[in-house]
Design a protein around this ligand. Structure first.
Ligand code: DON
Length: 583
């Protein structure tokens, strides 16, 4: 697979360039969180696959080499643009039929976070097996078995243990040790797998073989589904084989909006992502954000003020069946005018004055993963998938070699109480059987004439703000792709009432000016991990991986006369080595 991946040395950058360029070619591009997963996508493109084939291959390869977030036991969303058709696929987990809110509360009605975060009670019904199949069924070109093959090879013949896997198993050792099925696989001989060593996953190999031959029935019925039920019962869960069999992914109309003359499509409910992006973009326009200088406090002040209001509106969102408000209302001109009018350009209006609600949680660094693909024809897939927390619920399906998610924590277990991301959510997102838990994942595609961009990020509540800032840098300020991804970012989510800023995002003068206006600022190591691809009108493609993680971007170079072809890839240097101009 993609044997000829050659690393372009970033030392060859033109002197004085603030950011390195993205890797570019002419045959298709892939960006993901892991080199061997990007290589799986390039392999499929090279074999004549399209963006959907490659996206599925990358997602499945991530389930092997990046099991912290890549998965068969989780779910996700994809925004797909093929030709002029743009649709979204919702393969988000749903609550099992046997849940009721009391399962997650103590006798006083207080949430017991452990129950929605660890063990099988934390797991929603996995959507990935049927979701990836459905993406390929509707848009794929190569045979299904061929698309599964790179992941199967990685699981069967072995993959090189990424440094991040060794680090994360070490960090989350306690979680994995609670479940012998997980420890056996991820702590072989009692130790985390060593970076650079070869690791195989024989149990996942068997599952992928059956999945490649028979599709999702190989997982959602029969022995694998029974094993899910067995492990769920063993540790007190309510997830049953029948839940897996009954699960259906759903095609949904995207949330659409325009930004700087580009058309943008992102995820609708049950993700809040598209709604947050579109409402933010609609508010930034009348505030004249694009015309303000990049340096100084004004842009950051407006972004934070906008997000404070948009995330307050998120409180009323939930599954399409239970939401109290929808994008149509939140994006209506009257609502946007009202929200904009409440912004004071000289001072921060405290969150409590926007909607009175207490809360001051500390978000944990969890794990999700995003991949972006564009093929030679300009078809694109932006796909974000997750187990929620790193290694999800910690529970491995016996004989399955894959982990179950802990997505139940995305429900509002008690309205008004913060979840793992510090998000304070409302009754619209209360737990109920069959309901989809509200998400922030924001796979997004933007296009203008023949040009197209696909992007997305992990980061829980910080996903929409990371995606929006990359879009603004790219579409409003005209940054090159890699620079737009690299540029330092900030975040605000209404509650807690503070700006989170990456170390280089605000100069000392800007930070001082913001605090004079009443903003509280907290420095945070990193916000999101955006992987993006772009295709220009002339057919040139680019891929950019985020230096905040060990991601990998690659392109295909078509062979002469349509034969052969080659691939090229580049990793991104880690942030400290990179000059990051301050706004
Ligand atoms: O759907 C959501 O919004 C969360 N379950 C996503 C989790 C996440 O991004 C963790 N990542 N770093």
């Amino acid at each position: 697979m993609a044997a000829g991946v050659a690393v372009l040395l970033l030392g060859l950058l033109p002197a004085g360039a603030a950011y390195p360029p993205a890797v570019s070619g002419r045959g298709g591009a892939v960006a993901s969180a892991e080199r061997q997963a990007t290589a799986a996508g390039l392999d499929v493109l090279l074999a004549g696959g399209n963006a959907a084939d490659a996206a599925v291959a990358v997602a499945l390869a991530l389930a092997v080499v990046h099991p912290q977030a890549g998965n068969l036991g989780g779910g996700g969303f994809a925004v797909v643009r093929f030709g002029t058709e743009t649709v979204t696929l919702d393969f988000r987990e749903v609550a099992p039929a046997g849940v009721h809110p009391g399962l997650y509360l103590d006798e006083n009605g207080n949430p017991v976070p452990e129950r929605s975060r660890v063990g099988p009670l934390a797991a929603g019904v996995p959507g990935s097996p049927a979701g990836l199949w459905e993406l390929h069924r509707r848009f794929g070109r190569l045979p299904w078995r061929r698309v599964v093959r790179p992941a199967l090879k990685l699981a069967r013949d072995g993959f090189v243990v990424p440094r991040r896997l060794e680090r994360d198993v070490t960090r989350h050792r306690e979680l994995l040790e609670r479940f012998p099925e997980s420890a056996r696989w991820l702590l072989p001989g009692g130790h985390p797998p060593r970076a650079g060593s070869t690791m195989r996953n024989p149990e996942l190999t068997a599952v992928l073989e059956a999945y490649g031959a028979h599709g999702p029935d190989a997982i959602v019925r029969g022995p694998v589904a029974r094993a899910v039920e067995l492990v769920s019962r063993r540790y007190g869960g309510v997830l049953r084989a029948a839940d897996l069999t009954a699960y259906r992914p759903v095609w949904r109309e995207p949330v659409r909006f325009t930004l700087a003359g580009w058309r943008v499509a992102s995820m609708p409910l049950p993700s809040s992502g598209g709604s947050i992006l579109a409402e933010s973009a609609a508010m930034l326009e009348p505030l004249g954000w694009a015309g303000l200088p990049r340096a100084g406090a004004d842009r950051a002040h407006i972004l934070a003020a906008v997000w404070k209001r948009v995330y307050a509106d998120r409180y009323r969102l939930g599954d399409p069946e239970s939401t109290e408000v929808g994008p149509a209302e939140l994006l209506s001109p009257a609502w946007i005018r009202r929200r904009v009018a409440s912004i004071d350009l000289r001072r921060a209006v405290p969150s409590g004055e926007i909607v009175p609600w207490p809360g001051s949680p500390v978000p944990e660094p969890p794990d999700t993963t995003h991949l972006s693909v564009v093929d030679a024809d300009g078809n694109t897939v932006a796909l974000t998938t997750t187990l929620n927390g790193t290694f999800g619920s910690g529970v491995t399906v016996p004989g399955g070699g894959f982990l179950l998610n802990n997505e139940m924590d995305d429900f509002a277990m008690a309205p008004g109480r913060p979840n793992m991301y510090g998000l304070v959510q409302g009754a619209a997102n209360a737990v109920a059987p069959g309901r989809r838990m509200l998400s922030s994942m924001s796979p997004t595609v933007a296009w203008r004439d023949a040009e197209v961009v696909a992007l997305g990020s992990p980061g829980g509540s910080r996903i929409p703000t990371a995606v929006l800032q990359v879009l603004l840098a790219l579409l409003v300020d005209g940054d090159p792709l890699q620079a737009a991804v690299d540029r330092p970012r900030i975040h605000h989510q209404w509650l807690p009432d503070r700006i989170d800023a990456e170390p280089d995002a605000l100069s000392p003068e800007t930070a001082a000016a913001l605090s004079d206006r009443g903003w509280t600022i907290r420095t945070t190591a990193s916000l999101g991990e955006v992987h993006a691809v772009r295709r220009f009108a002339d057919g040139t493609v680019e891929a950019a991986a985020d230096p905040r993680g060990p991601g990998w971007a690659g392109v295909v170079e078509p062979g002469v006369g349509g034969r052969g072809g080659s691939v090229r890839g580049q990793a991104t240097p880690s942030p400290p080595t990179r000059p990051s101009p301050r706004p």
